[in-house]
Design a protein around this ligand. Sequence first.
Ligand code: ZN
Ligand code: ZN
Length: 160
Amino acid sequence: MAELEKEDVEVKEEKKENASEKRSPAERTAEKEELKVQLDTAYQALGQKFYKACGVSNGKRPAEVPRASLFNDQIAEIGKIKSKYDAIVSEELAEKGLKACPECENEVVLKSLYCNMCGFKFPVKTEDKPKPAAKPKCKFCGAELEPGSAFCAECGKKQV
Ligand SMILES: [Zn+2]
Ligand SMILES: [Zn+2]
């Protein structure tokens, strides 16, 4: 019986390790739930540490707000969990042809360049826009030229 349970756990763990980019909707929901719990735990740890650092546990009032650097580990942990969570959310949205604005959490269509609620400019992914072939260079000063330039924008010399 105990053997069986152990095996079960191992299988689950393996599944998690192998989780590829593509998760099924059910897997994503489960993973989100798990991350929410992790996030709550991480927030709690941060809160407890803050409380202790404030010296409130001694019945004293905090002299000053503890330095933020005291909580680097907790903050890093929260950031890690959040970015995992966000990755799942954006996967889900992408399937619906949407993406979320990082500023206001508004959902916009995937190809939007700007958020229609707050005007946030989405970074252009390099893989979406393959870099054009190397630009021609000025024969005189070596500056990059726009293709088809008759004159160099840097030194003004005629190219043809
Ligand atoms: Zn926005
Ligand atoms: Zn030039």
